[in-house]
Design a protein around this ligand. Structure first.
Ligand code: SF4
Ligand code: SF4
Length: 447
C-alpha cells in the first residue's frame, strides 16, 4: 500500500457527522430521478406519464450516445415528469407497486466471466444501465465505451462532509466488491483503489490490489486531486473513476442479473434529526430519508451530496443518481446585526480573524454568505488552499478576460471543482462556478 499525505486543502469542522451504525429504512411510496443534475448528459425521455415501468426499464438516454441509458430505480408507474426552463427534465417520479416488477438482464454465470471478451462485457454493462457509473477525468463526464482508459480509479471514501464511510458500506459486501474489481480488471490493465479515511477498510479489499491511501485535508478523497498527485504523464489525464459503492453494484448486477437499487446513504449536518448511515434505495425522496426534517429549528437547506459540491433540493425531490449523502444545515439567509464587530466564537471559517480559530470542536454551519461580493483583493487565500496549485485568482481573471488558452495553461482542467476557493475567498467570489462553467464550455468546443 502506498501512502500519500495531502497538506494543501482545508477540513471543515462542522457538526452533524453521521454515526456509523447502519439503520434500515422502509420502502418509500415513490422514487425518482433528477436528470437535470447529471452533468454532461443530454437526456432524451423514453417514457411518458402513466407508463408502467419495471425496475431496470430505461427512463431516458443520453442524446450524445444513445447506448448510454438510465434505468428506472423502481417498479410501478411513472406518475409525474416535471420540466424546467427550456424543457430541461427536472424530476421523473415513479409510484411503486407493492410487488415491483423487475427486468432481467442476460449476464453470464460468474464462473464464466473470465472467458467473457472485453467488448461483450462493455455491451452487457451498457444494456444493464451500469455504464453511467463510469466517469472520466478531467471533465467528470461519462466514460466513452469505445475507448480503453489508461487507468481506472476506484474511489473508496470521500472526506467531504458527510459522505458514506467505506467501512460501513463494505461490511458484508466484500465478495461483491471483489467481483466488481475483477470486472474492472477486464476493462483496463491498471485498476487503482484510492482509500481515504479509516485504514480499517483495508482488510475488506481484494488481494492483490494497487492501493493508495490518502490522508490529510479535504479534498484528499477527490479523484482529480488523487490523479494530480499520482500521475506520471499527460496520457493519464483521461483516467476513469468509479465510486467504491458503485463497484459493489457492478458485482450485484452480475450476481443477480437485475438492476441493483440498494444503496447505503448518509444523513448529516447540524440540523439533521438523526445523523446516521441508512440502508435505502436509489432515488429515495428526501423527506423519506430524513423523516419530518428539523421541526422547531431554523429553516434548513437540504443539500443533496457534500456541503461543498452538492445541490440544493427540497423535501419533495429525490436523491441524485450520483449522490449518496443528504446534509441539512441552517439556510442562514438572514441579517446578522453588527456582524463586523462580533468575535465569532462559534463561526466556522477558514479565516483566523474569528475566536473560533482557537476551538477544535465542530460548529454548526450555515449557508449564509456573511458579506457582499467584492472585487478580488489579491490576498492569495485561494492559491494557498487550492489542492491542485492552479492559482485560482489568475485563472479566474484569464477567464473574465476571455483568455481561455491562458486559463488552460494555468491548469484550468486540473481544477477538482472542490469548492474550497469559493469557501475561503474573503471577496465572496464564486470561483468554483467560474471554473465549472468554463470547463463545460471548453468541453462543448472540443466534443
Ligand atoms: S480552483 Fe478552487 S475548486 Fe478548483 S481545485 Fe482549486 S480550490 Fe478546488
Ligand atoms: S481569495 Fe478571493 S480575493 Fe483573495 S486572491 Fe483569491 S479570488 Fe482574490
Amino acid at each position: 500500500m502506498n501512502a500519500l499525505h495531502l497538506k494543501k486543502g482545508f477540513s471543515l469542522r462542522i457538526a452533524g457527522a453521521p454515526e456509523r451504525q447502519l439503520h434500515l429504512l422502509d420502502t418509500p411510496r415513490h422514487v425518482g430521478m433528477v436528470p437535470e443534475h447529471i452533468p454532461y448528459v443530454k437526456p432524451r425521455l423514453l417514457v411518458e406519464e402513466g407508463d408502467p415501468v419495471a425496475v431496470g426499464t430505461p427512463l431516458f438516454e443520453d442524446k450524445r450516445n444513445t447506448r448510454i441509458r438510465f434505468l428506472s430505480p423502481g417498479g410501478g408507474q411513472v406518475t409525474r415528469i416535471d420540466f424546467g426552463p427550456r424543457r430541461i427534465i427536472r424530476h421523473i417520479m415513479i409510484t411503486l407497486d407493492k410487488h415491483e416488477p423487475c427486468e432481467t438482464f442476460d449476464v453470464p454465470p460468474v464462473e464464466q466471466l473470465d472467458e467473457m471478451p472485453r467488448q461483450a462485457l462493455v455491451e452487457t454493462l451498457l444494456a444493464g444501465g451500469m455504464w453511467p457509473f463510469f466517469k472520466a477525468l478531467p471533465f467528470m463526464d461519462l466514460a466513452d465505451p469505445d475507448t480503453v482508459p489508461p487507468a481506472i480509479i476506484v474511489r473508496l471514501g470521500d472526506d467531504e462532509p458527510f459522505g458514506p464511510d467505506p467501512v460501513v458500506y463494505l461490511k458484508d459486501r466484500e465478495d461483491r466488491f471483489s467481483l466488481g474489481i475483477d470486472l474492472l480488471n477486464k476493462l483496463c490493465d491498471r485498476v487503482v483503489i484510492n482509500l481515504t479515511g479509516d485504514e480499517a477498510a483495508v482488510s475488506s479489499l481484494p488481494d492483490p490490489s494497487v492501493i493508495y491511501r490518502f490522508t490529510g485535508c479535504y479534498p484528499s478523497g477527490n479523484p482529480s486531486v488523487q490523479l494530480y498527485r499520482t500521475r506520471t504523464g499527460p496520457e493519464q489525464n483521461r483516467t476513469w473513476f468509479i465510486d467504491g459503492q458503485d463497484v459493489i453494484l457492478l458485482g450485484d448486477f452480475f450476481r443477480t442479473g437485475h438492476y441493483p437499487v440498494q444503496r447505503i446513504m448518509t444523513v448529516g449536518g447540524s440540523l439533521a434529526p438523526a445523523a446516521r448511515h441508512v440502508s435505502t434505495r436509489t432515488g429515495v425522496p428526501l423527506r423519506h430519508l430524513c423523516g419530518n426534517g428539523p421541526a422547531g429549528k431554523p429553516a434548513a437547506r437540504y443539500i443533496v451530496g457534500g456541503v461543498f459540491t452538492g445541490f440544493a433540493g427540497n423535501p419533495d425531490s429525490f436523491m441524485g443518481f450520483y449522490q449518496n449523502a443528504l446534509n441539512l444545515i441552517d439556510d442562514g439567509d438572514r441579517e446578522e446585526p453588527f456582524g463586523f464587530i462580533r468575535p465569532g466564537s462559534r463561526k466556522p471559517s477558514y479565516s483566523t480573524a474569528f475566536l473560533s480559530a482557537f476551538h477544535r470542536k465542530p460548529f454548526p454551519m450555515d449557508c449564509g454568505q456573511h458579506g457582499e461580493v467584492r472585487a478580488c483583493v489579491n490576498c492569495g487565500t485561494c492559491a494557498t488552499i487550492c489542492p491542485v496549485d492552479i492559482l485560482p485568482q489568475f485563472t479566474m481573471k484569464c477567464l473574465v478576460a476571455d483568455e481561455v488558452e491562458e486559463a488552460l495553461a494555468h491548469g484550468l482542467l486540473d481544477c477538482a471543482e472542490c469548492g474550497l476557493c469559493t469557501y475561503a475567498c474573503p471577496s465572496k467570489i464564486q470561483l468554483r462556478e467560474v471554473f465549472r462553467s468554463a470547463k463545460a464550455r471548453y468541453y462543448k468546443e472540443i466534443a
